[in-house]
Write a protein that binds this ligand. Structure first.
Ligand code: ASP
Length: 330
């Protein structure tokens, strides 16, 4: 009897605190996990978005960089965080390739998360160290094929967008290369600037500034050869697409979404969805993304349902491509 009374009191207490939590949310800063190193493309999107969403929520969103294993370390951290609305995740296309690439994955993208919505799509660029000899993408492909044993391709680890793009590029030019993994492409760019690696495929949100620096002074920044979108970009109008350069149909767009651990209260999810939708319309965020070649999704895609459907479709799209390439990690 005593125990029963104790249990019911406990239950009542829990119910009240859940209601209080939902009403007050967010009552303290929210952590946004970026599963790559600081200063890279995901970090750039994350910090800009955090500011825009913070304005709407009236609470700070603080970015925490948890890099490693192509983003999977940060995703696992999010999965294991308390589902209370105070830990969320920004991740990209890697969420859909990891289940096929990794034989032992610590999370299931389709079961372990609440989906908040899609946010931006970012094209990629083929870039090399500033002293790389080829003058254009035609020469580049010929040079890479002729020197495949001497060159290396840097990426942000298995599951990163730079890994996926490299995989597709090597397969398209039928030339396997040595790959060098880092914890994010901020580190890849540093290695290119230091001439420790030869080339990569990285998002415009990370390369645009370095491409401009190279144009101002050819000994600086990174040399750009092509973009991975099917159409040329307004921010880099003179850079050819891979599709028009002989690699017909080559296209990689890096979609991004916001996640929360499974079981996050609906009231918190709803507030996060509203903040994400408001953030997507924030003029500073929209301008920053446009300046960096990224496109913000239209409102109808910034919903949990559209996000979940896109994730599922992308897992199904990439699985056969990755299996055919025969790439995997433990
Ligand atoms: N998005 C990663 C980063 O922020 C890089 C990648 O996915 O290739 O470093």
């Amino acid at each position: 009897m005593k125990l029963l009374r104790h249990l019911s009191l406990l239950a009542a207490g829990l119910a009240t605190s859940t209601v209080a939590l939902a009403q007050a949310y967010p009552a303290k800063p929210i952590t946004l996990i970026v599963p790559f190193t600081a200063g890279g493309p995901t970090d750039t999107v994350g910090r800009s978005l955090a500011q825009a969403m913070s304005k709407h929520l009236g609470q700070q969103i603080v970015v925490e960089n948890v890099g490693g294993a192509g983003g999977t370390v940060g995703v696992t951290r999010t999965k294991n965080a308390a589902p209370d609305g105070y830990t969320i995740l920004l991740h990209h296309i890697g969420m859909s390739t990891a289940p096929t690439l990794y034989r032992k994955l610590q999370f299931d993208p389709l079961k372990d998360f609440e989906y908040i919505g899609l946010i931006v799509d970012t094209p990629m660029t083929i870039v090399a160290r500033s002293d790389f000899a080829p003058k254009n993408i035609g020469e580049f492909v010929a040079y890479v094929k002729a020197n495949k044993d001497k060159l290396n391709y840097a990426n942000a680890g298995v599951g990163a967008a730079s890994h996926l793009c490299g995989l597709l590029f090597m397969s398209a030019i039928e030339t396997p290369l040595t790959t060098v993994p880092f914890k994010g492409t901020a580190d890849v760019i540093n290695a290119l600037l230091g001439k420790q690696v030869d080339f990569t495929c990285d998002q415009t949100t990370n390369t645009t500034g370095q491409i401009q620096a190279n144009r101002a002074d050819p000994t600086k920044g990174v040399k750009v050869y092509a973009v991975t979108s099917l159409r040329r970009l307004s921010v880099l109008p003179d850079v050819p697409t891979l599709d028009e350069s002989g690699l017909k149909g080559f296209e990689v767009g890096v979609w991004h979404g916001i996640y929360a651990p499974k079981g996050t209260p609906k009231a918190a999810v709803d507030k996060l969805v509203a903040a994400l939708q408001a953030g997507a319309k924030d003029p500073d965020f929209v301008k920053r993304m446009a300046d960096l070649g990224a496109t913000v999704y239209p409102p109808e895609r910034i919903t949990p349902a559209a996000h979940a459907a896109h994730l599922k479709a992308e897992i199904d799209k990439w699985a056969p491509i990755i299996k055919k390439a025969g790439v995997y990690a433990d």
